[in-house]
Design a protein around this ligand. Structure first.
Ligand SMILES: Nc1ncnc2c1ncn2[C@@H]1O[C@H](COP(=O)(O)OP(=O)(O)O)[C@@H](O)[C@H]1O
Ligand SMILES: [Mg+2]
Length: 427
């Protein structure tokens, strides 16, 4: 493993692309706003790159793994020094406790800036908390969750944090579940403040194109009562937010893209993060009559027996195992993987004059669920099987505590925690 020993002058910067780890041998250096002295070490993960800056003459040791590399950015090329200045003046001008939302496009540096804000708060003796609201590239909790962690030591990667609170959203795309994200994030911010945080930094997803995204983020900012908004990397976005929240928005530029993550890299990052929370999972059976059930029309509608069930069995398929009713519609559960003929479905909707959702019992396998504990937190699990006769659900989960509710998500996991592609899951 190549090892470099670098002698850096005061103010000199180097950019390290991971996977790499390093240590300050002598002197003092800053990385993501953390200030490291002799003997303190740091790590730059795969698919990440960070700039380290000497705060006085320093010696730094770096171990480079695989595709890792070190470069010397030209003066002013990387925004690290600006970022520290922006964060410091933001923190000193904001009345504590202060809530900051970080927004910007994909790969703009939002997550890095959020970590930097937490580090700058720590450097001033303020206890920070981070709320991770990015369901697609979740770092503190698993994908499809929003999570909060109190930060007690320098943080260079949000995945090094353990969630203090997590809420299941159920989707890795924010658009269809924007309302859920907003309400849960507002709740997590409140929890962080109650736990004594002096600064709450909210990291967000990169969905910033189009009017709906603007309304979603503006609602998120208002519901979480953000005192400040940091916009990264997009001057037009900055101007728009400055119109909506005048006097509260600051702009910061993006780092140069030393490492860019492809859609495949992002999927891999999600896979690793499901694994982080599910690799210790064990099978457990949950009695459905004892828990609240959210997100499944098969399990949460009112079963209809008698004539309706019989006539639908004759009309559509004899494999119908249950018909459930809810205001405005019926949920028809079929014990088969075969889709029901579209024409039959349409004529059924017409005859019943209601919407009809068709689900199949095999559709439950692999679905990501959130198990709600008595503390109000949600823990991830994956459905193994549904036992309709015994009214039980078999899930794999690392959570061993009491389950108060099961929330079904829209993500299905296959082999090795990979997401199975496809259309919206109805169960
Ligand atoms: N100070 C920095 N110097 C160099 N590269 C950086 C710095 N901060 C972040 N990066 C890199 O920029 C990329 C995007 O950062 P990230 O914070 O994950 O963006 P986002 O959360 O907006 O998608 C990552 O590869 C990250 O390692
Ligand atoms: Mg991010």
């Amino acid at each position: 493993m190549p090892k470099a020993r670098l002698s850096m002058e005061d103010g000199e910067e180097i950019r390290i692309s991971g996977p790499a780890s390093g240590r300050v041998v002598e002197g003092r250096a800053t990385i993501l706003g953390a200030e490291l002295g002799p003997g303190e070490d740091f790590r730059v993960g795969r698919l990440r790159s960070y700039t380290i800056r000497a705060l006085k003459h320093s010696t730094i040791e770096v171990m480079l793994e695989d595709e890792a590399r070190i470069e010397k950015p030209s003066p002013g090329e990387e925004p690290l020094e600006d970022w520290v200045e922006i964060a410091d003046s933001l923190i000193s001008s904001c009345e504590l406790p202060c809530t900051v939302t970080v927004i910007g496009p994909v790969e703009a540096g939002k997550t890095s800036f959020t970590a930097l804000l937490a580090n700058r708060a720590l450097a001033r003796g303020i206890s920070p908390a981070i709320v991770d609201s990015d369901v697609g590239q979740a770092d503190i909790g698993p994908p499809a969750f929003v999570s909060m962690a109190l930060v007690t030591q320098w943080v260079l990667w949000l995945r090094d944090l353990r969630p203090d609170a997590s809420r299941f959203i159920g989707s890795i795309e924010p658009a269809p579940v924007a309302g859920r994200i907003i309400s849960q994030v507002a709740d997590l911010v409140g929890q962080a403040l109650r736990m004594g945080a002096g600064l709450v930094a909210i990291d967000t997803d990169g969905w910033v194109q189009g009017w709906s995204s603007l309304e979603y983020k503006a609602d998120l900012i208002r519901a979480s009562r953000a005192d400040r908004i940091v916009v990264l990397g997009d001057p037009l976005l900055y101007r728009v937010y400055d119109r909506i929240f005048p006097g509260r928005v600051v702009y910061a530029r993006s780092p140069t893209r030393a490492v860019t993550r492809s859609a495949q890299d992002r999927r891999k990052l999600r896979r690793d993060n499901y694994e982080r929370f599910l690799s210790e999972a064990k099978v457990r059976d949950i009695d459905l009559s004892r828990v609240s059930v959210v997100g499944s029309c098969l399990l949460a509608t009112v079963p209809q027996n008698g004539d309706l069930l019989d006539s639908l069995r004759r009309e559509v398929t004899d494999r119908i195992v249950m018909v459930g009713r809810y205001p405005g519609g019926y949920c028809v559960a079929v014990d088969s993987e075969e889709p029901v003929d579209q024409n039959t479905l349409r004529s059924l909707q017409k005859r019943l004059d209601r919407e009809v959702l068709v689900v199949h019992t095999g559709g439950f396998r692999g679905v990501l669920v959130g198990l709600t504990g008595p503390d109000g937190n949600d823990y991830p699990g994956v459905v193994e099987a549904l036992d309709l006769e015994g009214w039980k659900l078999r899930v794999r989960t690392a959570y061993g505590g009491e389950v108060r509710a099961i929330i079904f998500g829209r993500v299905r996991l296959g082999e090795e925690y990979g997401e199975t592609p496809g259309r919206r899951i109805w169960i």
